[in-house]
Ligand binder design. Structure first.
Ligand SMILES: Nc1ncnc2c1ncn2[C@@H]1O[C@H](COP(=O)(O)OP(=O)(O)OP(=O)(O)O)[C@@H](O)[C@H]1O
Length: 759
């Protein structure tokens, strides 16, 4: 046996694997041609529809095989060119060893033996005898004409030993091999031996795939870990789809990447349910969704919806953060009573009196009467769907106000006239308009209104700050991330805005003009009459239109909801996500020690409400795969001082390089530049300068145009990682953030290889 790679041996092994990869591609080439034919015959849709229901380990027959291959052929070139190859693993299994083992220690994870990914036989180093089997593992399943698997989908039960086999429980596996490819070319091999002595014909090369993966430079986008998933991670990935799956663990323990692989696994294991029902992945920021967006496509899955907290609603997409004190008010369920009152309250500037002549009788209703009718209707209805009910209730009130008793016919005539009365209709338009939930937030720019509706539930300073924040939204024309959950809450209270009946639309509202973009028009400014504007201050209407653009629909519901960085969701955000997962199972990923939402108990209560009474399964990750041990130990020391019960993982990789500390000095820009310049020569990939707001403007010039060096605030680095970081002014980071030291902990755990801290 050989445990060290020597170039010739490595080249020989690569050639063997290349031969198999070539065979897979030939097969896919043929399938691609067939797929074109299928498509040309108009059968593609039904074929594709069927294929989504099968896994490559189950079922048999030409039809499924064609369908499977159709899908694989479609995805092949993307997987090869963008995602490091379709085939990434190989298992050499000894069935004699398997037979001798306990029944649970079986390749195939207890499932009936599947035929191999390449079979026993001549192709390569594994071909000794009947008992030997070779399985190739890939991002998708591929079979040959005889329905023999050439590659097994990584999610199939037959691929499970690739992730679960260990030297103490080898599951019949002699050698696990990871293939590294560029395009369709195999360029490297890393082997792990599962038995103390490999048979003579089994060559072992490389230093182990995990370490090779971890020492690699980080790209701008998260990579999948499909070739190096560890056994404890695999358990969480393949855990039951039901109920609530919680994945906890410290920084860099792979929580995010495991959760994403789990999403791909769920689609594979119950495609009918999860593809049609949908999977929603929610993360903290747009930077985060951009960072993870390639992981699922790299696993062959395109159908998962990724949303940041600022773009959960279709019509709002924002990254703007409120000052911490305001975000706190907006995130707390305390604000619900204000929203409820505002949603039920009078529409500002709506009429406070109704005078009308109906069926020859003069009707007069005053503010008190109108308020009473409104409250009565809103006890049973949502405002936007209750126009008819409100008009009817108003009619009853109008009749009652006349003080006529016992004359049924007169009442019937009155109500009949009331229903079609033009004056009543125009009153209704002003008194009971359709209300966009975002309008309600704009009303709350008035502190007096906020105070009145809050009825003591908010302090004076909170009232002022809240109202100021909505006025600010109107000035800048953008909502904040925290506003999105408020809009969603109001939308649930008000009901969907209803279309005006077609015949009532003004000529300028005809449908053809709804989508002006087809004429190249991207921004519309209303024409204001000169007379109306005369003498009046110039009103800039554009920000308001930006704030109210689009139509808010009903919340999209999903079959599975995956929430990352769950420790940061405010109670109001939990409620927002909960509306999208009322019938869903959940995967929830978080680490309390990295929390930026200050009131853990309140958030926990809202989260429990979102989950309902479903069963739980908990997975804990305790190995840090991101940070060099020296960097992580530094961060762990910092957080332990204030959060003694922080969940501290073990970092597995040592570099021998301690983080550097240097003074920020009188010229922060120069100090930061010097730190960045040094790092540029030491790492290949992205570098982040993580700075508190105080230095952000001064340090902005350090960012480079190609994006390799970025200047970012600590909160925006949540969930992300870089080859190297410069953490600026840690004390100020702690001071400025509501999460305090926990946010500094996030900042200190973003670097994979090098870190410099500037005090
Ligand atoms: N089995 C693995 N093989 C290779 N790389 C891995 C493995 N597990 C995790 N990693 C890598 O470790 C890094 C950290 O993973 P991830 O971002 O999922 O951690 P996290 O627990 O979500 O971190 P945080 O809580 O700090 O955001 C990523 O680069 C990920 O690819």
């Amino acid at each position: 046996m050989s445990t060290k790679s020597i170039p010739d041996e490595l080249a020989r092994e690569i050639a063997v694997e290349q031969a198999h990869v070539d065979r897979v591609h030939e097969e896919l080439e043929k399938a691609g041609v067939r797929a074109d034919v299928v498509q040309a015959e108009g059968l593609a849709r039904s074929q594709f529809g069927r294929q989504v229901e099968i896994g490559d380990a189950e079922g048999a027959g030409l039809f499924e095989r064609d369908a499977l291959m159709f899908h694989a052929a479609k995805r092949r070139s993307a997987l090869d060119t963008q995602y490091e190859g379709l085939v990434f693993g190989r298992l050499d299994i000894d069935h004699a060893m398997l037979r001798a083992a306990t029944p649970t220690d079986a390749a195939g994870n207890g499932h009936p033996r599947e035929r191999s990914g390449a079979s026993s036989g001549p192709s390569g180093s594994g071909g000794s005898g009947e008992d030997r089997e070779i399985r190739y593992i890939g991002r998708l399943g591929v079979r040959d004409d005889d329905y023999e698997p050439l590659v097994i989908d990584w999610r199939a039960p037959a691929a499970s030993p690739f992730y679960r086999a260990t030297p103490t429980q080898p599951m019949g596996v002699l050698r696990r091999r990871v293939l590294r490819s560029r395009g369709t070319t195999v360029i490297g091999i890393e082997d792990d031996l599962m038995v103390p002595e490999a048979p003579d014909d089994l060559v072992v090369v490389g230093d182990g795939a995990l370490m090779a993966a971890l020492t690699r430079s980080r790209g701008e986008r998260m990579r999948d870990i499909v070739a190096t998933i560890q056994a404890h991670q695999d358990e969480a990935i393949r855990a039951s789809a039901r109920g609530i799956t919680e994945i906890t663990g410290g920084p860099g323990t792979g929580k995010t990447v495991v959760a994403l692989h789990r999403a791909a696994y769920l689609l594979y294991s119950d495609r009918r349910r999860f593809e049609s029902g949908g999977i929603l992945v929610v993360g903290p920021s747009g930077a985060y969704t951009a960072y993870i967006e390639r992981v699922l496509p790299s696993l062959g899955e395109e159908s998962v919806v990724l949303r940041a907290l600022g773009d959960v609603l279709d019509v709002v997409d924002t990254e703007r953060l409120d000052p911490p004190a305001v975000a706190r008010v907006k995130g707390s369920t305390r604000i619900r009573s204000l929203l409820a009152a505002a949603a039920r309250g009078r529409v500002p500037d709506s009429p406070t009196e109704l005078r009308v002549m109906v069926a020859g009788r003069p009707v007069r209703l005053e503010a008190r009467d109108l308020d009473r009718v409104r409250s009565q209707v809103l006890r049973q209805h949502q405002r936007n769907t209750a126009t008819a009910a409100a008009q009817a209730a108003l009619g009853e009130a109008a009749w009652a106000s006349l003080g006529i008793t016992g004359d049924r016919d007169a009442k019937a005539e009155f109500i009949d006239k009331w229903e079609d009365h033009l004056d009543v209709e125009s009153f209704m338009e002003a008194w009971w308009p359709q209300v966009d939930p975002r309008e309600v937030l704009l009303w709350l720019g008035d502190p007096a209104l906020v105070r009145r509706h809050a009825r003591g539930s908010l302090r004076d300073d909170e009232v002022e700050a809240l109202a100021a924040s909505f006025r600010h939204a109107l000035e800048v024309g953008s909502w904040s991330v925290a506003d999105v959950a408020l809009v969603d809450d109001l939308a649930a209270r008000l009901g969907q805005v209803q279309d005006a009946p077609k015949e009532e639309r003004g000529f300028y509202e005809i449908e053809e003009l709804d989508d002006l973009s087809q004429y190249g028009v991207t921004e519309v400014q209303p024409v204001r009459s000169a007379a109306r504007d005369e003498g009046a201050p110039v009103v800039r209407t554009e920000p308001r239109e930006r704030l109210l653009a689009g139509r808010i629909g009903r919340p999209e519901e999903y079959a599975h909801v995956l929430v990352d960085e769950a420790q940061d969701l405010s109670p109001m955000q939990w409620r927002m996500i909960g509306r999208r997962g009322r019938y869903a199972s959940w995967t929830v990923v978080g680490d309390a020690a990295q929390a930026s939402w200050p009131d853990a108990a309140e958030a926990a209560a809202a989260r429990e409400e979102a989950f309902g009474t479903q069963g739980r399964q908990l997975f804990h990750m305790d190995t840090n795969y991101r940070n060099a041990r020296e960097i992580f130990d530094y961060a762990a020391d910092v957080v332990r001082r204030e959060v003694p019960d922080a969940d501290i993982p073990q970092a597995v990789r040592e570099t021998g390089l301690q983080p550097l500390e240097a003074p920020l000095g009188p010229d922060p820009l120069a100090a930061t530049r010097a730190a960045v310049d040094a790092l540029l020569g030491q790492v290949e990939g992205p570098i982040a300068v993580i700075t508190p707001a105080r230095h952000a403007a001064a340090l902005a010039p350090v960012a480079d145009p190609d994006g390799r060096v970025q200047v970012v605030d600590p909160m925006s680095t949540k969930g992300l990682e870089y080859d190297a970081t410069v953490v600026v002014d840690p004390e100020e980071i702690t001071r400025e953030s509501p999460g305090g030291i926990r946010v500094l902990y996030v900042a200190l755990t973003r670097a994979a290889h090098r870190m410099t801290v500037l005090f």
